[in-house]
Design a protein around this ligand. Structure first.
Ligand code: ATP
Ligand code: MG
Length: 528
């Protein structure tokens, strides 16, 4: 009634001024201050609104059995979790640093829309935060930061991981993004990963330290990133470990296909478009480097004094980078080792934080030392053939049986042959999957396979040992013969003998001299 009276009696300007004055007076006398966080800020979505909603959803869900009898439930696209929310015009208390605040979810009908390029929702939603005035400055900034951080964590936990790939070969999507993504649903976890438990625990501790190490990295002036090199034969669980890492930390994975990247600057752009809290993976790094090498030989570098019998002197590129020569872009259309090193280690690697680089390879010996030096790849993890502790994990995973469930003799047999057999966890898994309906048959067949493989390996090792022994013997015989020849030769100096190589070079020098003398004589004859 007052409002209609005001509207009829007073002009709008005066009404507005009166309302402002009234607000000011009530504000002076109130011991609280209020902050409105609306869902839509002008035309943009207010990030803080979404963050508050997520943050409150976690505290509301814990108090479901309490005073709240009506809650809203949401499930986002690509999310496997349900989030709780406050219903319209409901309020909730929250405590931060010992200070109590009140959040109210305010929903009002939006007035009839004027023309807009982007249609706005019919409801106007927002949160109102009520804080005692004296605590305003104490908690406002840190409280909002805290809320943003918590919301990020909840979002990551709720949302399924994403697996990004650059297989589009440098072209961009409609939003200018070079990465394509699919929901990442790999079920591998550290629980299911079969490897030495001590190594596993160490790695998990390392990951924890990394994820919680923001302050440490800041204090020490290091970029917040970490590099792991996983190496070992095919089928030992390198890719499975990457999936386990992503699931453990809740990070996205960027699977970088180096063969699809044409220039160093493209590589840099890809890096810039990766998000924080992610794992950047380059699988089979030795193969990717070879590709670069091949190109390098065709490029201008080929004219340099590079040993052409070797496909590429990667160390030269590393040295080039150490000297800071250019960006290492050879011929303008190929990535180089120095480009890759810059990618992982240079200034550009820090555009974003909390990132893990993982390289995998089957042949660590083929990698350039520049890639392996500490600081670049912080941890080198060897994924070995199936060991006994790893075997026990696989038995548990596939047959659902603990070591104690098996017959003691069988277990001992398994333990005695597993190392000799040099079977990969992938091979062991195959045997177990095939017989997973019959546990006894699975174990029996596994034991047989392991024994056969162990026997085979023994024979192979014996053969190669024999081979190397006979080669050694041959070499020794040859040396002895050469020594004999040296003693029997008329030019031989008694009591002295030089290595075969040296003798050969002496013979060669003498022969060369003779040839030269003959040539000179012929020329003399011709002149005459
Ligand atoms: N350590 C392991 N623990 C559990 N499962 C494993 C392990 N290693 C291999 N496997 C099984 O074998 C399959 C192949 O393993 P994975 O792809 O991880 O091997 P990889 O080391 O990445 O091989 P490659 O070098 O060929 O890429 C996986 O699907 C997984 O089920
Ligand atoms: Mg792999």
């Amino acid at each position: 009634f007052c409002q209609t009276l005001l509207q009829t009696v007073f002009p709008p300007e005066l009404r507005f001024a009166l309302a402002k004055l009234f607000n000011k007076i009530s504000h002076w006398f109130s011991s609280y201050c209020y902050f409105d966080i609306t869902e839509i800020d002008g035309v943009n979505t207010n990030e803080l609104y979404n963050a508050v909603q997520l943050y409150l959803s976690s505290s509301v869900s814990t108090s479901v059995s309490g005073s709240h009898s009506r809650l809203s439930l949401t499930r986002a696209v690509n999310s496997s979790a349900v989030t709780f929310g406050l219903s319209n015009n409901d309020s909730i208390l929250d405590v931060f640093n010992g200070v109590t605040v009140v959040w109210e979810h305010v929903v009002t009908q939006r007035q009839t829309q004027t023309f807009s390029w982007r249609p706005l929702p019919e409801e106007k939603r927002g949160f109102t935060l009520r804080i005692r005035k004296r605590y305003k400055s104490l908690i406002l900034n840190s409280y909002l930061d805290f809320i943003m951080e918590r919301a990020g964590d909840i979002r990551r936990k709720n949302q399924d991981r994403h697996l990004y790939t650059n297989s589009r070969g440098g072209s961009l999507d409609s939003r200018g993004h070079p990465w394509e993504s699919v929901p990442f649903k790999h079920p591998s976890t550290f629980e299911t990963l079969a490897m030495d438990p001590i190594k596993k625990t160490k790695l998990m501790e390392d990951l924890n330290d990394f994820a919680n190490g923001e302050k440490f990295y800041q204090k020490t002036g290091r970029a917040w990133k970490r590099g792991y090199l996983l190496y070992g034969p095919p089928g030992t669980g390198k890719s499975s470990m990457i999936a386990a890492m992503a699931n453990y930390l809740g990070y996205d994975i960027y699977d970088l296909e180096l063969t699809e990247v044409h220039t160093n600057s493209e590589l840099r752009k890809l890096l810039m478009k990766t998000s924080s809290k992610s794992i950047i993976v380059i699988e089979d790094i030795d193969c990717s480097i070879n590709l670069t090498n091949r190109k390098k030989n065709h490029g201008p570098m080929h004219s340099r004094n590079v040993n052409s019998s070797n496909c590429y002197d990667a160390a030269a590129a590393a040295a080039e980078q150490m000297r800071g020569e250019g960006d290492g872009n050879v011929g303008g259309n190929s990535i180089t080792l120095s480009g890759l090193l810059n990618f992982t280690d240079g200034l550009w690697s820090c555009c974003g934080s909390e990132r893990i680089f993982v390289f995998t390879t089957n042949h660590i010996e083929k990698l350039d030392p520049a890639l392996l030096r500490s600081g670049r790849m912080d941890l080198h993890i060897f994924m070995s053939y199936c060991s006994f502790p790893a075997l026990k994990i696989l038995l548990r995973n596939y047959l659902g049986c603990k070591a104690d469930d098996l017959d003691g003799d069988v277990l001992r047999d398994l333990e005695s042959v597993v190392d000799e057999a040099e079977m990969t966890p992938a091979d062991v898994s195959e045997v177990l999957i095939k017989n997973r309906r019959d546990r006894d048959r699975a174990v029996r067949e596994l034991l047989e396979t392991l024994k056969v493989r162990a026997e085979k390996n023994k024979r192979r090792k014996k053969r190669s040992k024999k081979q190397s022994m006979s080669e050694e013997e041959e070499e020794e015989e040859e040396e002895e013969e050469q020594e004999k020849r040296a003693l029997e030769s008329p030019n031989g100096k008694e009591g002295f003998s030089f290595g075969g190589q040296f003798e050969k070079s002496c013979e060669k020098v003498e022969n060369d001299h003779e040839e030269e003398e003959e040539k000179e004589e012929e020329e003399d004859k011709k002149e005459k």
